[in-house]
Design a protein around this ligand. Structure first.
Ligand SMILES: [Zn+2]
Length: 282
């Protein structure tokens, strides 16, 4: 019975994730263009025909229509089903990681907003303030509830037994300070060394908001994000066969990598840390 409940829970999360993924596509497209995310309903960008409800089913419609508009046959970008599928996968991951708990809901808020921010950053090289603020406000509320009631909501990595950061408030504050502080320092260093901006303030604000959700593990997020961005940057530079000088000048958005780092830190941070401590004590 428990197995059936768990399966039902995960399937439900997956369905909600797909539906919200469909809405994420709307936000990713319209928010940077300052259009309303509520109305009008979805239209084909080529012929302007409103999308029929049956053609708006996440993943399935795109497959049935084989990636083309029913009215004008214009191709529908594969990124739409990708975002829907990724959203579904992230919601299910939150359920797998945190079970049937309020913490799974907190993880969903974090993962979902990070996904939207990442795709906007990919499109316009910018992290819209309004979304980062939504993430930060949600984080403050979750941490405040945790501090007030002892209910473990945020930071997601906070465990009541953790000696070093015994309270959720201390854990979150360390996360905010460490995440934004270190990134601001790196940004200032880059500016000094190269005479121009390499990192946006949006990235610094993102790590401050992320610190509320992962506490001190924000440092792990920063490390993983930088490592992923470096690997990606080098492979892009390698593929494009840029001149030697230009290699470091390929502009890549940092947001998606920081977001991936935050998700990984929230998911595996404490387990990685205890494995590390365990390995050291042997
Ligand atoms: Zn069309």
């Amino acid at each position: 019975m428990a197995v059936l409940m768990r399966a039902f829970y995960l399937v439900a999360l997956g369905v909600f994730g797909l539906v919200f993924g469909s809405f994420a596509n709307v936000v990713i497209w319209r928010l940077p263009r300052r259009e309303s995310v509520v109305s009008p309903g979805s239209r084909c960008p080529s012929c302007g025909h409103p999308v029929r409800p049956l053609d708006n089913v996440p993943l399935a419609s795109w497959l049935v229509l084989r990636g083309r508009c029913r009215d004008c046959g214009a191709p529908i970008h594969w990124r739409y089903p990708l975002v829907e599928g990724l959203s579904g996968a992230l919601w299910v991951s939150a359920g797998l990681l945190f079970g049937l708990t309020a913490r799974a809901g907190v993880a969903i808020v974090l993962f979902y907003l990070l996904m939207i921010l990442s795709f906007i950053d990919l499109d316009v090289m910018r992290l819209p303030n309004v979304l980062v603020v939504v993430l930060a406000v949600a984080g403050v509320v979750f941490v405040a509830v945790s501090a007030g009631t002892g209910l473990p909501l945020a930071p997601l990595t906070w465990a009541p037994a953790a000696g070093l950061f015994a309270s959720p408030l201390a854990s979150a504050l360390v996360g905010v300070a460490a995440g934004s502080g270190l990134l601001a320092l790196i940004s200032a260093g880059y500016r000094l060394a190269r005479g121009r901006n390499g990192l946006g303030m949006g990235d610094v604000k993102l790590m401050a908001a992320g610190g509320l959700f992962v506490g001190p593990y924000v440092l792990l997020a920063l490390f993983l994000g930088s490592a992923l961005a470096t690997v990606y940057g080098l492979s892009v530079a390698g593929l494009k066969k840029q001149p030697e000088e230009g290699v470091l000048l390929v502009p890549i958005p940092f947001g998606p990598f920081l977001a991936a780092g935050l998700v990984l830190a929230a998911a595996f941070g404490p387990a990685l840390w205890s494995a590390y401590v365990h390995a050291l004590s042997l």
